[in-house]
Every structure is written in structure tokens, then in C-alpha cells.
Write a protein that binds this ligand. Structure first.
Ligand SMILES: [Zn+2]
Length: 255
């Protein structure tokens, strides 16, 4: 199950079943976004999120699950509140003059080693596939499936942070990462192909966040743990929302 679209002090989410297929999950997620006080506005430009309709079976089920598990959410609120508290970090100033450090050279060598290894594997795969058309067809299908999932799960602009980066080759460019990523070098993405000189890989040696892909500015550093008074106020709001959902849910059940 997944939960939570927490943003700007507004917590919102639905529970959904992990076993459902991609299309069902997308429906549930879109439904959640449509109900979200923040995301709905951000994604309403394409006109597809027009709010929940009672006819959507999945939405109704998601809503019921939300209502059923809401007490758990309230119980774990202090932890949950920290899920989206991202403080975006900087390293150096990309636009200022920069001397490559020994660590930069070491990281660049590491990236190039990995690239050589992957290139070697790819060569091996190509040779295997040339000798085995069935294997080739199977791998092709797997790749297409993976691309399809990637395409369907395209991250919306409001969940993307733009970064200005200085690369090992000396060029300065822009890249994007999921908004939950505090540094553009996390999760094995410490290098990229330079769009200027095509050096590939070229290690990211300096970076700074420049704003969300939907034009919102970089948020200030995440707040420290919320105070007890803030939590209690938020709890009261959520309890009111849950009460509201419960009455809507039972009125839908009666239809
Ligand atoms: Zn370059």
C-alpha cells in the first residue's frame, strides 16, 4: 500500500492495494491528486483532474480504505510529517570558477570504470542475442514493458526539482531530480552526459537547486520537528476531515 502526498503543511493521501495493476494504481493516484488541496491545483492544467465522481469504483474503494486506516495515519503523524521534509543542499557555486579536487578526479574515474563495465556487458548481450533470436525477443519485450511503466509513471512537474550543475568537463547545465532528493548526486546519479561537449559520463562537481519544474521557488530549509501545539492543531484538522469523509463514504454506500 502506499500513502501520502504531504506538502506545505498539508497532509493528504489514500490507501490503495499493492496488488492492483498499473492502470488501477494510476486511477487511484490520479484520484488522490484530484482530491489533494495542493496537487490538484498543480495538475489541473490538462483538465483531467476534475474532482472525484461517485461512479468511479476504484476511487470509492480507495476512499473506504483511507477512512479505515485514517486512525493509523493519525497515530503515526509525527513520523509521517517528516517524509517530505527535504532540505535542498548545495555544493560549491556552479557559476563560479572551480578547481577540480582530487575527490572529483576519483569520482570521475569511478564513473568511467562503471561505464566501461556496462559497455562490456552490453557487448556480451548483443553477441548472445545475435546467436539466439528467442532470447532477443524476450529481452525486447521486457524492455518495452519497463519503458511502458516508466512512461506511465512519469513524474509530474510539481514533484521535480531543477538543479544547476557544474560538470567535470567544466560545462554548466541544468538537470532534474525527484523533489524528494536532497542532492542531485544521490541514488547513483553522480554523473551525466554533458549536453555541451557530450562527455559521458561527466561527474557533477558543484550543484545548487534553482526551483521546481512547475516554477515554484526552492522552499526554505525544512522546519525542525513540529511543536506539540502544531501537531495537535493538525490532528484536529485531520480528524475533522476524516469525519467528513466518513459521512461522504456512508452516503455513497447508500446509493
Ligand atoms: Zn562538457
Amino acid at each position: 500500500m502506499s500513502l501520502l502526498d504531504y506538502n506545505n503543511g498539508v497532509m493528504h493521501g489514500v490507501w490503495m492495494e499493492a496488488e492492483q495493476d498499473v492502470a488501477d494504481s494510476r486511477t487511484a493516484v490520479n484520484r488522490m491528486l484530484a482530491r489533494s488541496p495542493t496537487a490538484a491545483r498543480a495538475s489541473s492544467g490538462d483538465g483531467t483532474h476534475t474532482g472525484p465522481t461517485a461512479t468511479d469504483r476504484h476511487a470509492t474503494r480507495g476512499l473506504r480504505l483511507y477512512v479505515r486506516y485514517a486512525p493509523w495515519v493519525l497515530l503515526h503523524l509525527p513520523n509521517v510529517l517528516h517524509v517530505r521534509d527535504v532540505t535542498y543542499e548545495s555544493h560549491g557555486v556552479p557559476l563560479k570558477e572551480y578547481q577540480l579536487t582530487r575527490a572529483d578526479h576519483r569520482r570521475q574515474e569511478g564513473s568511467e570504470d562503471i561505464r566501461r563495465h556496462v559497455d562490456g556487458l552490453a557487448e556480451q548481450w548483443r553477441a548472445e542475442e545475435a546467436a539466439d533470436p528467442v532470447l532477443r525477443a524476450g529481452r525486447q519485450a521486457a524492455v518495452e514493458q519497463a519503458l511502458k511503466i516508466l512512461f506511465e509513471a512519469r513524474t509530474p512537474d510539481h514533484d521535480l526539482m531543477r538543479w544547476r550543475v557544474r560538470l567535470y568537463c567544466g560545462h554548466i547545465t541544468e538537470t532534474q531530480r525527484h523533489a524528494e532528493t536532497a542532492r542531485p548526486t544521490m541514488h547513483g546519479s553522480s554523473s551525466m552526459k554533458c549536453p555541451e561537449c557530450s562527455k559521458d559520463p561527466s561527474t557533477i562537481v558543484a550543484y545548487e537547486p534553482i526551483g521546481f519544474a512547475d516554477q515554484r521557488p526552492v522552499p526554505p530549509p525544512a522546519l525542525k520537528r513540529p511543536t506539540r501545539a502544531q501537531l495537535e492543531r493538525r490532528l484536529a484538522e485531520l480528524e475533522a476531515e476524516v469525519g467528513d469523509l466518513r459521512s461522504k463514504d456512508s452516503s455513497q454506500e447508500n446509493r
